[in-house]
Design a protein around this ligand. Structure first.
Ligand SMILES: [Zn+2]
Length: 215
């Protein structure tokens, strides 16, 4: 999607997926085009920045985690590799679902194991008139803490009626996932302003040059 290059601190992530796990999967631009592919998740600091922008942690918590990561670079590297593995697993599972296929057993097992770990660090807390899963206070300063809400978001969605609304952007090189909450369930683009417009321009060019409307 956007053509900006990644940078750990100032980069603004696009948070248009409609689910936390999709905003995380969408930290890769042009996923399906190897030559244009840009991974905006450049390291643990960028991961912490994404988590702050997504509301997973506060600015203070993100800053503390990023500082801890610089002091424990080996551990941060391991957590970052797991984050990328979780992200790619989320993409594979939901891309399959968006395409009408069943996700692979291996991907579901991996996603399930991340979720099991996530729930082992959560407990039930009161949220108004109901209860919800929240992170244990003592788990909040672990470098891993950023992964758990993402894994939970993915399994919550898998178990939800909203699963039927999962889509992958129709642009051939985009690969962004989103929830189609449009009334007639007809949204095709991650962002009409970017991928939708690009496709419109292409269509106009094809018509203007007299070529077939099909790629
Ligand atoms: Zn797109």
């Amino acid at each position: 999607m956007p053509d900006q290059g990644p940078s750990a601190s100032g980069f603004q992530f696009e948070l248009t997926g409609g689910a936390l796990c999709f905003d995380f999967a969408n930290t890769v631009d042009s996923r399906s085009a190897p030559k244009q592919r840009v991974d905006n998740l450049t390291g643990y600091a960028a991961f912490a920045s994404w988590a702050r922008q997504s509301g997973v942690v506060s600015a203070r918590e993100a800053g503390e985690l990023a500082r801890a990561a610089t002091k424990q670079s080996d551990a941060a590297g391991r957590v970052f590799r797991e984050a990328v593995e979780l992200r790619e697993t989320i993409y594979h599972v939901f891309s399959a679902i968006a395409g009408g296929s069943i996700p692979s057993e291996q991907d579901l097992l991996l996603l399930g194991s991340y979720a099991q770990e996530a729930f082992s660090h959560m407990h039930l807390i009161a949220a108004g008139s109901r209860f919800e899963w929240g992170l244990d206070q003592r788990s909040r300063d672990s470098l891993m803490t950023l992964l758990w809400p993402i894994a939970k978001s993915a399994v919550d969605l898998l178990a939800s009626e909203d699963l039927a609304k999962v889509r992958e952007c129709a642009a051939d090189n985009c690969g962004w996932l989103f929830m189609d909450r449009s009334r007639n369930q007809s949204r095709r683009w991650c962002d009409m302003k970017i991928c939708g417009n690009r496709e419109k321009v292409r269509r106009h060019r094809r018509i203007a040059s007299g070529t077939q409307a099909h790629p």
